[in-house]
Design a protein around this ligand. Structure first.
Ligand SMILES: Nc1ncnc2c1ncn2[C@@H]1O[C@H](COP(=O)(O)OP(=O)(O)O)[C@@H](O)[C@H]1O
Ligand SMILES: [Mg+2]
Length: 248
């Protein structure tokens, strides 16, 4: 569903790569957790996958479409919720969603059905007519999520989705991710909240200092480090130990 081949990115003026030689395969129908400490390169990777940043090297294939050769088809397969949704504050919620629906060419009846479903689930139905700038952070997250799912994307990408959400909303987000893969789609999300990844993900990849240092199911990760009964937290701390010392 999603393939990254030797993807690298160095920001202008930086002395080291933010992401280096990243190789990653995410399969159809799985929830993949992209884990790593702050500054590991998660957001940079996600921005390259969704086409907001151009990779310096390497190849990204989304749903069979090469991002560099077929960007529109690749992007049409993606729904994306950024870590800090910067929505159009002077639109109402429903105006924003209709704009997204138009961009992705979602027909009227399908649009109405999906909007009803998600707005109701997120208790946004009544606020839909209000300006987005009056929404709380959590409401904006939910609006962004509704917009990202409006065209039923084959690949649903979220950057740190649980940050700033109340427990009920966080629970809803998790349910929606599971529901989305149950329909045969794929979810890729980044987090530093390990329990979330451990409970929710079919597979995880751990990135540290721009490089993928582990990838697989929890069982596979435990086996590869030849340890038993290790929580993801312990494993994560051990694998990223050097990263913690970086810059000290
Ligand atoms: N716009 C930018 N310009 C320069 N350096 C950046 C920029 N964005 C991120 N970085 C650097 O790239 C590295 C990876 O950052 P990021 O991808 O945001 O990590 P994460 O999302 O895992 O916390 C960090 O060292 C960060 O300081
Ligand atoms: Mg980030």
């Amino acid at each position: 569903m999603l393939q990254l081949h030797d993807v690298s990115k160095k920001y202008k003026g930086a002395d080291r790569f933010a992401v280096r030689d990243l190789d990653l395969q995410v399969r159809s129908g799985e929830i993949f957790g992209f884990l790593g400490p702050n500054g590991a390169g998660k957001t940079t990777t996600i921005k390259m996958i969704v086409g907001l940043l151009q990779a310096d090297r390497g190849r990204i294939v989304v749903n069979g479409h090469d991002l560099a050769k077929d960007p529109v088809k690749a992007k049409h397969s993606i729904g994306f919720v950024p870590d800090n949704p910067n929505l159009y504050g002077r639109l109402t919620g429903i105006e924003y969603l209709n704009l997204i629906g138009d961009v992705f060419g979602v027909d009227g009846p399908t649009r109405a059905r999906r909007l009803d479903y998600y707005l109701e689930m997120f208790q946004l139905t009544r606020a839909a007519g209000d300006l987005v700038q009056s929404y709380s952070h959590g409401m904006q997250q939910k609006l962004a999520l509704t917009g990202a799912l409006l065209h039923a994307p084959a690949l649903f990408i979220l950057d740190e989705p649980m940050v700033g959400l109340d427990p009920k909303s966080a629970h809803l987000f998790k349910e929606i991710m599971r529901e989305h893969v149950d329909k045969g789609n794929t979810v890729f999300f980044s987090t530093h909240i390990l329990e979330v990844a451990e409970k929710l993900c079919d597979r995880v990849g751990i990135i540290n200092q721009g490089q993928l240092i582990a990838c697989g199911t929890m069982d596979e990760l435990r086996q590869s480090s030849q340890k038993t009964d290790l929580s993801l937290e312990r494993l994560f701390l051990e694998l990223t130990e050097d990263g913690d010392n970086h810059g000290k």
